[in-house]
Design a protein around this ligand. Structure first.
Ligand SMILES: C[S@@+](CC[C@H](N)C(=O)[O-])C[C@H]1O[C@@H](n2cnc3c(N)ncnc32)[C@H](O)[C@@H]1O
Length: 306
């Protein structure tokens, strides 16, 4: 396993795009805007909690099968239902494996053991293949809670095969049932947080996770948002693990580069399949509140030394 400063250790010679001094400005706005903001915040807080809402497929938790007031569903054979489409999906999960992703599993399993990942969050679980591998192949009893977050709705990224597969399947709720069936028997060791990472973030207490695997929306905005929302959920000394740090997903690369550069983090390579991780420092929170232009190509500035 390699450990390198990001500037020397990237897989794709990633751009150094952080332009310095770009911390989000929070003050100096007119009083009217602040008052309006407070009013809107009060109105939002007074609304009942919203459920799944992705693109045009908005719904509330009762409509998609989640019991109201419950943040997640445990994989529990006796209480979770499986409709006809769910049964079909389940048998498809058993017959086919997704896109050669399994090549990453063994090396990821070793790192999960090494990092002592007891309480895990996975953003983007798809067919639950990594989850199944880790729950089976890490040291016995290591993973006590595996929290999988996914809305199972396609169309989020045309470059991602899973996005196309989910669009074609058009069976979000049945997919969520099939995932719960797949892990039935594990009870609350496996927990499905059905919805997007943004919708489900309030399910998690700050500094509650040992390890967070980010493998959801690989656009720049998606990866940046996941880092920003979930970095506080990580314990001090916990690890943020990444998938698809590759030229195919420059948005993800850029979002991770920024995080490493701004926070001066060691960037640890896990394998040859674009998996890396960083460790949250014990002595300071991760700074994720910096500005960044966009994931459009910009000229490469020289990489500063530090
Ligand atoms: C590449 S697949 C995940 C593969 C899985 N981690 C594995 O290794 O087997 C990406 C998944 O991210 C999910 N996804 C996309 N946008 C998301 C979001 N905003 N929040 C949570 N999951 C998301 C998709 O539905 C899809 O299932």
């Amino acid at each position: 396993m390699e450990s390198a400063k990001r500037k020397g250790g990237t897989a794709v010679g990633a751009r150094y795009l952080y332009q310095g001094g770009g911390v989000l400005q929070g003050g100096g706005h007119c009083r009217f805007v602040c008052l309006l903001g407070i009013l809107l915040l009060c109105l939002t807080i007074s609304q009942p909690a919203k459920g799944l809402s992705v693109g045009s497929a908005a719904a509330d938790p009762s409509a998609v099968g989640l019991p109201l007031g419950h943040a997640f569903t445990c994989a529990n054979e006796s209480t979770n239902s499986c409709d006809h489409r769910c049964t079909e999906l389940l048998s498809m999960f058993k017959k086919q494996y997704s896109y050669g992703w399994a090549v990453r599993h063994e090396s990821l399993g070793k790192v999960f053991n090494k990092l002592q990942c007891r309480n895990v969050i996975e953003i983007g679980t798809a067919r639950g293949e990594l989850a199944a591998y880790l729950l089976k192949h890490t040291s016995t009893g290591l993973i006590r809670e595996y929290h999988a977050i996914d809305p199972f709705l396609g169309g989020y990224d045309s470059k991602d095969a899973m996005s196309l597969e989910l669009t074609a399947a058009n069976a979000s709720l049945s997919w969520s049932q099939a995932i719960l069936q797949k892990f039935a028997g594990l009870g609350c060791t496996f927990r499905l947080h059905y919805g997007t990472s943004l919708e489900r973030v309030a399910d998690f207490a700050d500094e509650s996770a040992d390890c967070i695997f980010i493998d959801g929306d690989h656009t720049y905005a998606g990866a940046k948002k996941d880092i920003d929302l979930y970095a506080p959920k990580l314990k001090k000394g916990g690890a943020l693990l990444f998938d698809d740090y590759s030229a195919q997903y420059m948005g993800t690369v850029n979002a991770i580069d920024e995080l490493c550069d701004v926070n001066r983090l060691e960037f640890h390579k896990i394998n040859e399949h674009n998996n890396y991780y960083i460790v949250k420092p014990h002595d300071r929170p991760l700074d994720t509140k910096y500005t960044y232009p966009s994931d459009e190509a910009v000229p490469l500035p020289p990489i500063p030394s530090y």
